[in-house]
Design a protein around this ligand. Structure first.
Ligand SMILES: [Fe+2]
Ligand SMILES: [Fe+2]
Length: 219
């Protein structure tokens, strides 16, 4: 994991069209490709706010990370949100990171994919992620934080919550998904005070200042 204070020079990143072609070759569903384009677009808008705040952000990494973040779901047919939550695959973060790494995408892009759901090392073990588990899958760079946040905003909004007006939106929507991940993998429910829920809530509190109502109305 890289430190968020590092300023990166733009590594060799393929164009948006080349990345979309790659996703289709990998057989990512069209619904997920549309979602990924929304996440990338939202992530770029958030990037501008983070940059205005004086933080170093490489927008090419953000765009590629947004487009590729769900590549680990390649091969799955399109599901509606209800169906997707009922049968979650949280390990798609690390599966996607391996796919992107094997295709020689730069490490900073791979990190955006790997960490976009903020799972800790112990949670990854409990949920049965593929071995070896490398440690925490929590975003550390600005680029990976922005991609993870754009995906969170898209998810909360798709569930019908208004993230900027409803103080319970992040906890309630995260709980629906994360609890289902644990129930499916371990047969046990978690509480709203579980570390993953607290981590996502804290992450939202850190990032919400970069969100603007006009960014999210269409997601
Ligand atoms: Fe995802
Ligand atoms: Fe996503």
């Amino acid at each position: 994991m890289k430190d968020s204070s590092i300023v990166h020079s733009s590594p060799n990143i393929p164009s948006k069209d080349t990345i979309l072609k790659f996703l289709r070759e990998k057989n990512l569903s069209e619904g997920k490709i549309i979602h990924s384009m929304h996440v990338a677009e939202l992530a770029l808008k958030i990037s501008d706010e983070v940059i205005k705040d004086g933080m170093p952000v490489d927008k090419k990494i953000v765009e590629a990370g947004g487009l590729l973040h769900d590549v680990g779901l390649s091969g799955f047919r399109d599901k509606d949100l209800k169906e997707e939550i009922a049968n979650p695959s949280p390990e798609h973060c690390v599966i996607g990171a391996t796919i992107a790494s094997d295709a020689n995408f730069p490490d900073f892009v791979v990190e955006c994919i790997e960490s976009h759901e903020l799972w800790s090392e112990s949670e990854a073990k409990e949920l049965g992620f593929p071995l070896p588990i490398k440690g925490d899958y929590i975003p550390k760079t600005w680029e990976s934080k922005i991609v993870a946040y754009a995906d969170l905003v898209a998810f909360v909004t798709a569930l019908g919550y208004d993230l900027l007006k409803d103080p319970n939106a992040v906890i309630e929507s995260s709980y629906i998904y994360r609890n289902q991940c644990f129930e499916k993998a371990t047969g046990k429910s978690i509480g709203r005070d579980h570390p993953i829920i607290k981590r996502v809530d804290k992450f939202n509190n850190e990032m919400i200042k970069y969100l603007n109502q006009e960014f999210i109305t269409k997601y």
